[in-house]
Design a protein around this ligand. Sequence first.
Ligand SMILES: Cc1cc2nc3c(=O)[nH]c(=O)nc-3n(C[C@H](O)[C@H](O)[C@H](O)COP(=O)(O)O)c2cc1C
Length: 116
Amino acid sequence: MLARILSAARRNNPQLGITGALVCRQDLYLQLIEGPADAIDALYARICEDDRHANVELLLSEVATERLFPNWAMLDDEAPSLFWSAADVAAGALEAASPEELLAPFIRLSAANPGG
Ligand SMILES: Cc1cc2nc3c(=O)[nH]c(=O)nc-3n(C[C@H](O)[C@H](O)[C@H](O)COP(=O)(O)O)c2cc1C
């Protein structure tokens, strides 16, 4: 399933000017999408309708001056060092996280992929 999601992302995102990263774990997908606001809004609406997942939540939306993943249509990470355990996530840790805490795993992932 992840392979199919990534292949759609890699096919569609370049022409939309979208880059980002998708952290995949058994209990969650945590995705960072960057690009022009209207392209992001349209993609987000499409992702929300995708029945391969449930309970889509927008955790953070902000204007950025630089991309974290300029060379990745969608970088994927299946062995992320997320701070939150599955129990934390179920208990609402992501909703309670600050913007800095939400971005931290992506900043680490970006740093671990130089040229990314
Ligand atoms: C967690 C998740 C992340 C996704 N990320 C993207 C993405 O970055 N780009 C994309 O085009 N589709 C993404 N999709 C798939 C879309 O929901 C949708 O199936 C796809 O855009 C349809 O494209 P197609 O008509 O070219 O097959 C994602 C789906 C899920 C479940």
